[in-house]
Each structure stands twice: as C-alpha cells, then as structure tokens.
Ligand binder design. Structure first.
Ligand code: NAP
Length: 322
C-alpha cells in the first residue's frame, strides 16, 4: 500500500482511507451486522489501510472500535462531532455548545474503544455555522487536545450544499485546522482551484471525499448529469461530444471502469493526500484500493475533463441531488 504524510500532522497514512459513512456505512445500511462491519474493517487493515474515517452520526464507531481490537496502534482513526445538535438538520442553526461537543467526543472514545481520536473533525460545517464552530466549539476541542483525547483537528464541508467550498475557503486560510475533508471529483474539481493550492501552502492534510458517487459509476447516469450541467450553464455544450460523452475514459485502455478513472483522477491531483472509499463489499474494496494506487490519467484525458467540467461549481456526482 502506498503511504503519504498527512500534511502538518506528520501522520504516515495509507493513500486509501476506508470511509465508514456514505451510502454504505460499512454495509450496515444494507443490513450488515456490527460484527460483519467490524470484519470489513479488519479486512481493510489486512490490505494495508491505516486510515479509517467514521463519525458519531454514522452509527459505525462501535463497529470500527470492534474491528480495531488488537489493531488499534497501527491505525489512524478519524472521527467527527457535529456542530448541529443530534436529531436536528445539518442545515439548521440549532448548534451544539461546548459541553455538548465534549460529550460527543467522550461518547466517540467509548464507542471506538480507545483513549484518543487521532483526527477529530467538526462535521459538515455549513458556511453560516462556521463562526459558531470557531468561537464556541474550537476552544473546547483545543482543551480536549491538551488532555490528549484528540491529537489533531479537522473540518469537513457539506459538499451537497456547498459545492463551491465557501466553508473550506475560510478554513484553509485560518491556522486552526490540521486536516480538511473536502468534496472533489472529476465532475466538480473546483477545489483544485479554490482550496488545494492554499491547503498545500499552509501544510494542511487533505482527505478527498465524493471521489465516486452514483452518477460517476455508470455511463447513463453520467449522461444525465452532464445534460443537467449543460442546462445550468456549468458545462459548455460544445465540449460534449456525441452520445457517449464520457466514453473517452474507457477507450484505448485508459481505464477499466468509470470508478477506476474517478479514483485515479482524485489520487493524482496535487494537494490531495488521501482518497476515501466507502463500501460494504470486499470485492469493491479490492477494486478501489487498486484504482487509488493506479497510474495518473493521461494528460490528454485530463485536458478533456478540464474542458468539460472546469467551470462546475454545483455538482456532487449524485444526479438525484443536483
Ligand atoms: N461531510 C462529510 O463529512 C462526509 C460526507 C460524505 C462522506 N464522508 C466520508 O467519506 C467516505 C467516502 O464517502 P463518499 O461520499 O466518497 O462515497 P462512498 O461512501 O465511497 O460511496 C461509494 C458508493 O459507491 C459504491 N461503490 C464503492 N465501490 C464501488 C465499486 N468499485 N463499484 C461499484 N460501486 C461501488 C458503494 O456501495 P457498495 O457498498 O455497494 O460498495 C458506495 O455506496 C464516507 O464513508 C465517509 O467516511 C464524509
């Protein structure tokens, strides 16, 4: 497994991160038991993955903690505390106070069966919530860090509602976060221009989420997404060629699948340290680990992707959410 230093944290981690959230939640969303999800965690570690991401709100911290029994010391755990109160909308302004964020972290530590969370992110921070996070939650998180319960601090965005990275553009400029978890993929590569150069300059670790979403996996859904982006004026119709506009990703041996192309695209973007992959399926995990460690896409393919999607600011890769 290829490894990378995660920015100024100095943590040495695998380039592939197992995500315990997303649509699969380690398979638990489709009915996998906690024990089965824990087995997937162990299988990932057996394949060389040393970075695992979960969150209080995913309901998978217990499975991660169970899976890491006896393996904890070789693995970097990333988890998250919401800034909105549990049970309320991620979009709202019903926000946690310092005591509640401490309680969330303490509960995560118990579920994860550990005495420290290596990277604790504030989860899905919307632009209008950012000031509250910095003014009211950050001081408590710094106290938790001083107590040794957290090693590094991170922040994640709500890519589905903030495709132009308003939150991350603030976070990257302020010296308080060690790690950013942001949405980035070939249909919305805007972070490469808006966030990643500054993240690199400031030595922040960057974890890439949304590398593969449902629209990116299949020809038909990609087509629907492109049509919508043309309608919205974010893709120039003259750059969309023929009935199979993304066929070039699979031609001449460029990539074996759209998901493979999508992971390779993210992995080789300067400024991205780690690419996240969430699954409940071991065969998918193997394919994705191989793709994340695959070669860069050829330069003419990257040029074509840039011509098509270089102006996109709203897409996530989920056609139903655009
Ligand atoms: N704001 C936030 O903080 C936030 C938001 C989103 C995600 N995340 C984190 O990022 C991680 C990754 O999330 P993501 O949004 O990038 O999506 P993801 O969880 O990686 O989703 C990928 C989806 O595609 C399927 N899939 C995976 N590999 C496949 C393959 N080789 N072929 C076909 N289908 C495949 C998976 O289903 P199967 O189970 O069938 O494989 C899964 O439902 C999450 O687990 C979570 O840890 C954080």
């Amino acid at each position: 497994m290829d490894t990378v230093t995660l920015g100024r944290t100095g943590l040495d981690v695998s380039v592939a991160c197992l995500g315990a959230g997303g649509h699969s939640r380690l398979g638990m969303r489709a009915g996998a038991s906690e024990a089965q999800a824990a087995e997937l965690v162990r299988a990932a570690v057996g394949r060389g993955i040393t970075l695992i991401d979960t969150a209080r709100s995913y309901g998978t911290e217990d499975a991660v903690g169970l899976g890491l029994q006896g393996l904890r010391d070789g693995v970097v755990i990333s988890s998250k505390a919401r800034c909105t109160r549990p049970g309320t909308s991620f979009e709202g302004m019903d926000l946690m106070d310092a005591g509640e964020v401490r309680e969330s972290v303490e509960t995560s530590l118990k579920a994860l069966r550990t005495d420290r969370i290596d990277i604790l992110h504030v989860h899905g921070v919307r632009p209008q919530q950012y000031d509250h996070c910095v003014e009211h939650l950050l001081p408590e998180l710094l106290r938790l860090r001083d107590e040794g319960k957290i090693r590094f601090l991170g922040i994640t965005e709500g890519f589905g509602v903030d495709g132009g990275h308003v939150t991350m553009q603030r976070a990257v400029r302020e010296g308080v976060w060690d790690v950013l978890m942001l949405g980035y993929n070939f249909v919305n590569p805007s972070a490469a221009e808006l966030v990643l150069p500054q993240a690199r300059a400031n030595g922040l670790g960057v974890m890439c989420m949304y590398a593969v979403r449902s629209a990116l996996a299949r020809r038909e859904t990609l087509r629907i997404l492109i049509d919508r982006l043309v309608e919205q004026g974010e893709v120039d119709a003259t750059t969309v060629e023929g009935d199979d506009p993304m066929g070039f990703l699979l031609e001449d041996g460029v990539a074996g699948s759209f998901t493979e192309a999508a992971y390779r695209f993210c992995r080789h973007t300067p400024g991205i340290d780690v690419v996240m992959t969430g699954t409940g399926n071991l065969a998918h995990l193997d394919q994705n680990i191989a793709a994340i460690q695959g070669a860069p896409l050829p330069a003419p393919v990257l040029d074509r992707l840039a011509a098509l999607f270089g102006r996109v600011r709203s897409a996530t890769g989920d056609p139903e959410k655009e």
